[in-house]
Design a protein around this ligand. Structure first.
Ligand code: ZN
Length: 315
């Protein structure tokens, strides 16, 4: 089968490799769509904790050998520790993500635990399905921040995470959601999902600010635009560190919140929200187009709403 192998910084090779052999309790999924996201962009710069060679792609959907159209819940833990029992396997010392520690969806096939299969309704297109995984991150971040319906909320970045937060805000009855991004197409998508106002940037402060980008600039903006007693929520991974002046954060009693992946239940909620997305927002890529797309993202020269690998697409 064809697969993209991450072998080191800036090395993503398309190769023909043996198809996966299902282990005990596993099934084969023929991959129909795998989303490209910030973690793949970052991993191509620096593979981090991924064992190499690595088949990336943790937002994947396809046809399971059970005959179902499925989205794959990519996260697992030890299933016995405190965090696993609380439905937060991402905090388990043995957390695993398909597409990070285990082979993922940048391939024609992947072997996954049958328990990871989430059946997809026929009403959801494969393109819409590429929003499930990022939207699940947004659902978790929303829950972490616990906005009140009267809170003013700013979302920095209208990629799939930011759009997920926008969709979640509407779903939860929050009417004051503002979204900033450099791309007019992304901002139009945010408006269609219920954003009250969109702009390149806003100069005022908000009760809750979500940074979906993770660059030093975006994180600084996030903190600077949070009101007194407000919350700054961080989801983006673009940069590892940040130099900040803590005095304002202390004096103005700002809460910093980190948010990482999602629970099974939140994944299901995201599948519901993904129905609000347009299939036309997705740029479908063949295997040959993925490496250049990830590099262009990293350079900041490309801002599609969502890019996704479609293994059956031939270019
Ligand atoms: Zn555990």
């Amino acid at each position: 089968m064809r697969a993209l192998l991450l072998k080191g910084p800036q090395i993503l090779d398309l190769e023909n490799i043996a198809p996966p052999e299902p282990g005990q309790g596993e099934v084969i999924v023929d991959v129909e769509v795998t989303g490209l996201g910030g973690s793949e962009v970052a991993a191509l710069q620096s593979p981090g904790l991924r064992p190499l060679p690595n088949i990336m792609g943790h937002g994947l959907c396809g046809l399971a050998s059970t005959g179902h159209r499925v989205a794959v819940f990519p996260l697992s833990g030890c299933e016995v520790c405190l965090y696993c029992n609380q439905g937060q396997p991402q905090l388990c010392n043995d957390w695993n993500l398909i597409g990070v520690q285990k082979p993922g969806g940048f391939a024609e096939q992947v072997s996954v635990p049958e328990s990871a299969l989430v059946h997809m309704p026929a009403t959801l297109s494969w393109e819409q399905a590429s929003f499930i995984e990022p939207f699940a991150n947004a659902v978790n971040a929303w829950k972490r921040a616990q906005p009140k319906s009267t809170d003013s909320v700013l979302v920095i970045g209208a990629g799939s995470l930011g759009l997920g937060l926008t969709a979640m805000a509407r779903d939860q009855g929050c009417k004051s959601i503002f979204v900033s991004d450099l791309s007019s197409k992304r901002l139009e998508a945010a408006l269609s999902l219920g954003a009250r106002e969109v702009a390149l940037s806003f100069s005022r402060e908000f009760d809750i600010v979500f940074d979906t980008v993770g660059t030093e600039l975006a994180r600084t903006q996030c903190i600077n635009q949070t009101k007194k007693n407000g919350k700054s929520v961080f989801l983006g991974f673009a940069s590892q560190s940040l130099n900040i002046d803590f005095t304002r954060m202390i004096r103005e009693q700002i809460t910093f919140i980190g948010s990482f992946v999602f629970s099974r239940q939140q994944f299901g909620k995201a599948m519901e929200l993904a129905h609000d997305c347009s299939s036309e927002w997705v740029k479908n890529l063949s295997f040959n187009e993925v490496a250049a797309e990830l590099k262009a993202y990293a350079d900041g020269t490309l801002m599609p709403i969502k890019s996704a690998l479609r293994p059956r697409k031939i270019v």
